[in-house]
Ligand binder design. Structure first.
Ligand SMILES: *Cc1c(COP(=O)(O)O)cnc(C)c1O
Length: 377
């Protein structure tokens, strides 16, 4: 059997054609025709009042921190089990990070532990929808509303996934998507910011356009544009948007294909869970996920290390993540763990991600699962 890679960047066939159109139009800067089409598609799909492509999810998160007015000394609540960008976006504004433990079933922030981490300095709650499986948003939004604290969703992995019928990224005040090539839909490097409140879309347009009202100018609403607030350049080139658009147009096809692989993994590996060898992902009721990743949990770190080597020897690339942020050099400097680390480190040590990408074949999934079964024999 040939080698099976961990990830292959998605593409559905019309990328070159659309990029050529963008180049031929003679206008490849931000907010051209393809960006506009992606924004519209994302708005319609998520129900957010405004969605704007950005150069990455990291930049969308930084933009969200700016829009929330995060300043030195403010506290931000987030899980420690996440990618560095979730934390960086707020640390860069001088915030103190308050890490809260995760739930062992979904690896999402434990909503029951958030309230006790709130102080009079808390300025944002940042749930991360791990693997495209929604956090317990009703509880999180209730707590946030009661304390008057904004919610910024890190929905980097959550495009096309929902919680109780609402798109991930569209429920908090602000949400962030990633279109990095390791995600379900790719423009190489890219992302988007989602704005729930229609009254705030213009504020987002200004911050994203270097603090100018150029967007209003382009719509003919003002006769010249000028500097109106702080901001930065968060717009991707229209060539990148042209690479993304065909995948959004084929989003159901990509999603269905990933879900078939995910379901096959689950089916094939269920006997190993029943025998108590491994644990499979849990999808809570009300959550529709997008098969962003398939992971298993082994007994412990040592067993996981052996399983990764065994798969590697047999041509299958499997990986683990994340080093909990509170145990990293920067995490210690910019944050503290609130309460007890019951699950963050323990679950992180056991988790193993299996190959998952658009184009992975069902018989490859079967092959990987057979190898895992052999390992446990
Ligand atoms: C991928 C990812 C990001 C960063 O996305 P980029 O587009 O690469 O900046 C942030 N948060 C989470 C949870 C991610 O998985």
């Amino acid at each position: 059997m040939k080698e099976i890679r961990f990830n292959v960047s998605p593409a559905t066939g019309r990328e070159m054609e659309y990029m050529k159109k963008a180049v031929d139009s003679g206008k490849i800067c931000g907010d051209g025709e393809f960006t506009e089409k992606c924004n519209r598609w994302l708005r319609e799909k998520t129900g957010a009042a405004g969605v704007y492509l950005t150069t990455s999810c990291t930049q969308a998160l930084e933009m969200a921190a700016l829009m929330t007015g995060i300043k030195p000394g403010d506290e931000v609540i987030l899980p420690s089990y996440t990618f560095v960008s979730t934390a960086n976006a707020f640390a860069i504004r001088g915030a103190k990070l308050v890490f809260v433990d995760i739930r062992p079933d979904t690896n999402n922030i434990d909503e029951k532990l958030i309230e006790e981490a709130i102080t009079d300095k808390t300025r944002a709650i940042v749930p991360v929808h791990y693997a495209g499986v929604g956090c317990e948003m009703d509880t999180i939004l209730d707590i946030a509303r009661e304390h008057g604290i904004p919610v910024i969703e890190d929905a980097a992995q959550g495009v096309m996934a929902s919680y109780k019928g609402r798109a991930l990224g569209s429920m908090g005040d602000l949400g962030c998507f990633s279109f990095h090539e390791t995600k379900n839909y790719s423009m190489g490097e890219g992302g988007a910011i989602l704005i729930r409140d229609p009254e705030r879309t213009e504020e987002a347009e200004i911050i994203r356009e270097k603090g100018t009202n150029r967007s209003r100018f382009l719509r003919g609403q003002v006769d010249k544009y000028s500097w109106v607030s702080i901001g930065s350049s968060y717009l991707p080139s229209d060539i990148n948007a042209a690479f993304l658009l065909p995948q959004l147009e084929d989003a159901d096809k990509i999603n269905d294909s990933r879900l078939s692989c995910w379901n096959r993994y689950y089916e094939d590996l269920l006997p190993l869970q029943e025998k108590g060898f491994i644990q499979l992902p849990v999808i809570p009721e009300g959550c529709i996920h997008n098969a962003h990743m398939f992971y298993v949990k082994s007994a412990d770190l040592e067993e996981r290390t052996r399983l990764i080597s065994y798969l590697k020897e047999n041509g299958v690339s499997a990986v683990f993540h994340y080093v909990p942020l509170h145990s990293s050099e920067a995490g210690k400097k910019f944050g503290t763990f609130h309460g007890e680390d019951r699950y963050t480190t323990a679950e992180s040590n056991r988790l193993l991600r299996l190959p998952m990408y658009y184009g992975l074949e069902i018989d490859e999934v079967d092959h990987i699962c057979e190898l895992i079964s052999d390992f446990y024999k």
